[in-house]
Design a protein around this ligand. Structure first.
Ligand code: GLN
Length: 504
């Protein structure tokens, strides 16, 4: 392979070359920059890039660290000191973060190099990245379709080899769902496993940052770096962080996987259903036992989520008032005019919809009927999982009921858009962990093929187990090796870098 082929590698492969000193961090960054210049005009994954800052970090990269010299893309809701942090909103047009989020500090401490911020739905509200105020992101498998959301820029970048790995955030599915629709791996850690300090808050009791990667092992490598207690986030958990790569054997014998009967709903696309059934049969052939379980409160999850998430969002977004951060309306008459016009001009329609809904469910007279009742249902949903996990090691389901849909198709139909997260949302309400990984492809009428995602859900703090099961499945299948048409097509093995400058 040549230096130009480097972006096709996953993090594990890149680490080997860096550690063997076959390539330098500078060469890696230059190859990645060239790759982004080539594909990002087609997919629109990035909102900002800063290769000067990245190259400065690369000069001092310690290649013996677990992620030494590895560039990592970050969703534009995660603070990186000195870099833009816009949340894809017109209310933060020129905002630059004044400190590193804990996940960024930890990635840097592990040797990783931030270099760019990825597109997203405004303030992480959405399932298609179309709610970005900045630009559209396209699915690398089919440029007429969405990459999923809200971490769609991160997912598209990794799928198109325009990033080795990325971080997103998942409040109701925003790491797992775009991972599924773009054909990469996405991990949502258990609530409290990863610090939220330095993430712009959407719904504080649901938000978690997590990796989007090309392989399950890469997800484990990134989780190793970002997990752990943080004195700056009182909801982060003090439990010790295991080495998530240590138990990635191929063993599935004796594993008990639960299939929730409530998840086999009518709305599932036929090709998605078939792929999941085949994955289940594959797990059985590898020695896993499939157990039917029940999650009886599943049908209330989406409604419960939209009340709680919107309530918390309405409180969290109150800080964007034209005084402290970002945009300020011109020549206001008085303070109310300042607040009103700043927010009217700054927020997009979906964010406004959430603020209105959230303010409503929290208002006197409605609080008991909506917000408080939603909290009670949330507890019932959590207990459903406790009971299911008493019988099984992990739950298995589609990540999303459908494959990537055409750009524009759902924008006028928010309710239909909300249903994109039926299988992911309950995990956030219950605080459990989940991973999505490729498990097949659907054929479209237009002749393109679109990835299908399989979701595994695990108990709180049981990331090691879902990673182990996901890895075993991945290693016995070829889905993760398929690349979208515009991905780099290179020859492995990954040694013997040719530095010749001749053009092919
Ligand atoms: N699609 C869901 C929403 O719009 C989830 C978003 C997320 O996880 N950030 O709220």
């Amino acid at each position: 392979m040549t230096l130009a082929d480097l972006p096709a590698l996953n993090v594990g492969e890149l680490r080997k070359l860096l550690q063997a000193r076959e390539v330098s961090p500078r060469e890696v960054l230059e190859a990645l920059q060239a790759r982004i210049a080539e594909v990002d005009p087609k997919i629109g994954a990035y909102l900002s890039l800063n290769f000067d800052a990245a190259l400065a970090l690369a000069e001092h990269a310690d290649l013996n660290l677990p992620l030494g010299g590895v560039p990592i893309a970050l969703k534009d809701i995660i603070s990186v000191e000195g870099q833009p942090c816009t949340c894809a909103s017109k209310i933060l047009p020129n905002h630059r973060a004044t400190y590193d989020a804990t996940v960024v500090r930890k990635l840097k401490a592990a040797g990783a190099i931030p270099f760019g911020k990825t597109n997203m739905d405004e303030f992480a509200m959405g399932s298609s990245t179309e709610n970005s105020s900045a630009k559209l992101t396209r699915n690398p498998w089919d440029l007429s379709r969405v990459p999923g959301g809200s971490s769609g820029g991160s997912a598209a970048a990794v799928a198109a080899d325009a990033a080795f790995a990325a971080l997103g955030t998942d409040t109701g599915g925003s790491v797992r769902q775009p991972a599924a629709l773009s054909g990469v791996v996405g991990l949502k850690p258990s609530y409290g496993r990863v610090s939220r300090f330095g993430l712009v808050a959407f719904a504080s009791s649901l938000d978690q940052a997590g990796p989007l990667t090309k392989t399950v092992r890469d997800a484990a490598l990134l989780l190793n770096a970002i997990a752990g207690a943080d004195p700056q986030d009182s909801t982060s958990l003090p439990e010790a962080v295991p080495d998530y790569t240590a138990k990635l054997d191929g063993e599935l014998r004796g594993r008990r996987l639960g299939l929730a009967k409530e998840y086999m709903i009518d709305g599932i696309d036929a090709q998605v259903r078939t792929a999941i059934e085949e994955a289940v049969a594959h797990f059985q052939s590898l020695g896993a036992e499939i157990v039917e379980v029940s999650l009886p409160h599943t049908e209330y999850a989406v409604a419960t989520y939209y009340m709680i998430a919107s309530a918390e969002a309405s409180a969290n977004l109150a800080r964007f008032d034209g005084v402290r951060y970002g945009r300020r309306a011109e020549s206001p008459k008085d303070i109310l005019d300042l607040y009103g016009r700043t927010r009217e001009e700054g927020f997009g329609p979906e964010v406004k919809r959430r603020i209105i809904l959230g303010t409503y469910v929290l208002s006197a007279g409605y609080y008991d009927a909506y917000y408080q009742r939603a909290q009670k249902v949330r507890e019932l949903i959590r207990r459903d999982f406790v009971q299911a996990f008493a019988k099984v090691d992990a739950l298995i389901s589609p990540t999303s009921p459908e494959v990537a849909f055409p750009l524009g198709e759902r924008q006028a139909d928010p309710l239909r858009m909300y249903l994109a997260d039926v299988f992911t949302i309950a995990a956030n309400l219950a605080g459990i962990c989940g991973i999505s990984l490729p498990c097949g492809f659907a054929q479209t009428d237009g002749g393109t093929e679109l990835p299908i995602g399989l979701q595994l859900l695990g108990k709180p703090l049981d990331e090691a187990r879902i990673l182990q099961i996901a890895h075993a499945y991945e290693q016995s299948s070829d889905w993760h090796k398929r690349r979208p048409p515009l991905a780099a097509n290179v020859q492995r093995p990954t040694s013997n870098i040719q530095r010749s400058t001749q053009k092919e």
